[in-house]
Design a protein around this ligand. Structure first.
Ligand code: GLA
Length: 741
């Protein structure tokens, strides 16, 4: 049993293979958090860590009479609530029918069941069968009748615990929720760093690590999407935690809209993490008897450093979040025409690309933006999901047949949530945009946002997109979102419900994605938002891969993919080899380097293959072959960050190791060349110390010299390391295959 309840001391203990989470029904029925960390022994009770103490300016429950020793302001709370004197970050602010802003939640009951819980209409981590147990703890405010059920699912073998809250209006009237977060995690002692992920378009998920300080450190988005700017993932760790050692705790929100993640350090040096839907511009109306379900948070603890924390997230999300045929099936190696042609293509041009690509082993042609409506540039056509026969002269089916006859699949681009003013859809339905009455609305990339909270909008999109997908043998969809939301207002909702629109928008997106992915189970869906602007765990439930960044420069990608790897599996990271000079940076890098970097993700090309020299085509053929050979190692292997590109400006290295330690793949990119350089020695990780491994260069790289190759013990590769011979010139790269002999 991974979930235990001890009635004698009202103690809940949640065990995973390597971790334990404990909480307790404390004085006056408050649910007190006791512990989250390394696995404890059976029967361990950490109630001793709970010590009531009189604190001035921290109030006491009325039932305490004149006993000042207990206050929820200073105790570790399982779900913090506003109004009864917990002055720290609260998860819940209700406005009750009588106007009070108060939730005084006390324990009522609990249930334990097999299997994973599923928050209504929201993406979530699921059970593949016999992997999970769920605990539901019901709390209620005895005066107002408002109830909150905290739902915890324990994935024992994955070392993960998920949780969300269901808020039920059991009061005598209407309740409005001003804040309804998913989770709170309190630490009564310890000094920590907090790691957040920030960025911008073409520079996503940069790692920022700062010591926790008094007050709050906040990471959030009010853009209507999880965003390039911040990511809904936060790590708390020891000051001295490294990739290989130290305690760390991750909280990852399985949600794609506005979010907040807060780390608060209080007057008693206690740390509180909270996470959920951003309370700004949020106000959810709950009629009597109605429930509101928060998104789910996946919590993972590692006592062995950040590397292990990431690997646990990778395994959890690969196996228990991503769905569909392509969860396990090898993803096709693709070529996308965006950077090859931008809007300037027709069917013959696409077929020419497919002709050359197919000869090199590439398996899927993705037709990007520009095939529909009157779209010649980014000012027109969004919403008109009808084939532009000025470009696809023979129509979609004919293009598909031509591409299929070359032995390649065809994929297609959509931006379902958007609308151009110059479109038939806009002329017919200007009221379908998100914007307030009498307001012209802000344009961004010349476009407006459709009101995805509306059923009629979703119906239109389902019908038109389904018609396109049924009209030809399309096997891939890229789902883009190229602007953020402003002028938030839905014409379909009354004034008092406008605070629901951001969340209803995302629920609408999820609803449409669910319908389309179920209707077209053989289609591989890839998420995208101007690159990685909606790279979050919510999207991974619908799209097992997400275009990681519009920045395709191999050197820039080193840090973007490094940051992304903290919370998301490599199998989800869309990455392509593009042309040089790179279109975003103007930098030129060797083909081998671009291949090595793009291969650490869902591999593909995004360049005009018709313009490549015979020599470049040979390299592509080889890369495609290599990629197919090492595919499993990359998609299912354990990922090790061997260097930090934000700190090490000379080289970046990373490694994949098969779960059975039989083989590994080492990747090294030399970022900077110096005169009289110091050669670097890289220590591998995750190998069997007793086993012997043959180290040999992958045919990808021209630069590896014999010195680093040979047969060595796992121990020597991990303890002493591998000397990487210097590679002349900036941006050279090497890849080594390491096989147990
Ligand atoms: C976004 C995507 C690109 C491309 C363009 C098309 O920026 O990230 O890959 O699809 O849109 O407009």
């Amino acid at each position: 049993m991974s979930i235990q309840f001890c009635s004698e001391n009202s103690l809940f203990t949640l065990h995973t293979q390597n971790t334990t989470y404990q909480m307790k029904v404390g004085p006056y029925g408050y649910l007190i958090h006791l512990y989250y960390g390394a696995r404890l022994a059976e029967g361990d009770d950490l109630s001793r860590l709970f010590f009531p103490l009189d604190r001035s300016f921290s109030g006491n429950p009325n039932e305490a009479g004149y006993d000042r020793s207990f206050s929820i302001d200073v105790q570790p709370m399982e779900y913090s609530m506003f109004g009864c004197s917990d002055y720290r970050s609260s998860c819940l602010i209700p406005v009750n029918p009588d106007g009070t802003r108060e939730a005084d939640l006390r324990y009522v009951s609990h249930t334990i069941e097999n299997g994973a819980a599923a928050p209504d209409g929201l993406p979530h981590v699921y059970d593949n069968g016999g992997e999970a147990e769920t605990l539901r703890i019901r709390l209620a405010d005895p005066v107002s009748g408002l109830a909150v059920t905290l739902v915890y699912t324990v994935f024992e073998s994955r070392d993960a615990i998920t949780r969300y809250a269901v808020i039920e209006n059991g009061t005598s009237g209407r309740v409005e929720l001003e804040k309804a977060l998913s989770a709170c995690l309190d630490f009564t002692h310890g000094e920590y760093d907090v790691i957040t992920f920030w960025g911008r378009h073409c520079f996503e998920r940069a790692v920022e690590r700062t010591p926790v300080r008094h007050g709050k450190i906040v990471s959030d988005s009010l853009r209507g999407a999880s965003s390039h700017q911040q990511n809904p993932f936060m790590i708390l760790c020891d000051h001295d935690a490294t990739e290989t050692a130290g305690e760390c705790w991750g909280m990852s929100l399985i949600y794609s809209g506005n979010f907040i993640a807060e780390c608060e350090y209080d007057q008693l040096w206690q740390t509180r993490l909270t996470m959920g839907i951003h309370p700004h511009a949020f106000r959810w109306v709950l009629e009597q008897g109605e429930c509101f379900t928060t998104p789910e948070v996946a919590m993972i603890y590692s006592g062995d450093g950040l590397g292990e924390l990431s690997r646990r997230y990778h395994r959890l999300y690969r196996n228990n979040l991503c769905r569909g045929e392509y969860k396990t099936a090898r993803r096709p190696i693709l070529i996308n025409n965006w950077e090859a042609t931008y809007f300037g293509f027709d069917d013959d041009k696409l077929v020419k690309i497919a002709e050359d690509a197919s000869k090199l082993g590439i398996e899927l042609l993705v037709m990007d933006d520009g095939w529909f409506g009157k779209r010649e540039d980014d000012t027109t056509g969004l919403g008109d999901w009808f084939v532009n026969t000025n470009k696809l002269h023979g129509g979609l089916d004919s293009l598909c047949r031509r591409v299929n006859s070359l032995g390649m699949k065809l994929g297609i681009w959509f931006e379902p949530e958007m609308i151009s003013e110059d479109s038939d859809l806009y002329r017919a339905h200007p009221e379908w945009c998100l914007r307030g009455p009498g307001r012209a609305g802000v344009r961004s990339r010349h476009q407006f946002v459709l009101d995805m909270s509306r059923q009629d909008v979703r119906e239109y999109l389902f019908e038109t997109i389904s018609a396109v997908l049924s009209s030809a043998n399309l096997e891939y969809v890229k789902w883009d979102m190229n602007r953020h939301i402003s002028n938030i207002y839905s014409g379909a909702l009354p004034a008092e419900r406008q605070g629901e629109v951001y969340h209803r928008y995302i629920l609408g997106v999820y609803d449409l994605m669910e319908r389309l992915t179920s209707a077209f189970p053989h289609v591989l869906f890839e998420g995208c938002s101007g690159g990685g602007g909606r790279f979050d765990a919510g999207m991974l439930y619908y799209t097992p891969q997400i275009w990681c960044s519009d920045d395709t420069d191999a050197i820039e990608r080193l840090s973007i993919q490094y940051g992304t790897s903290f919370g998301y599996p490599i199998s989800a990271v869309g990455s392509h080899v593009s042309a040089v000079p790179n279109h975003q940076t103007g930098r030129s890098t060797p083909m081998a380097t671009r291949g090595i970097v793009a291969m650490s993700g869902t591999f593909g090309y995004e360049l005009d293959i018709n313009k490549m020299s015979a020599e470049e085509k040979d390299i592509i053929r080889q890369q495609v072959e290599d990629c197919k050979r090492v595919y499993e190692l990359i998609s299912d292997g354990d990922y090790y960050r061997l260097s930090d590109p934000f700190a090490n400006h000379n080289y970046t290295a990373w490694q994949f190791t098969a779960p059975d330690q039989s083989r590994a793949l080492l990747n090294v990119v030399q970022v900077k060349m110096e005169v009289c350089p110091v050669p670097f020695v890289i220590r591998l990780r995750g190998l069997d110390p007793e086993a012997r491994y043959e180290v040999k260069p992958n045919s990808l790289n021209a630069v590896v010299r014999e010195e680093s190759c040979g047969v060595y013990s796992g121990a020597s590769l991990m303890k002493a390391g591998l000397l990487i011979p210097l590679m002349k010139g900036d941006y050279a790269a090497a890849q080594y295959e390491i096989n147990r002999v």
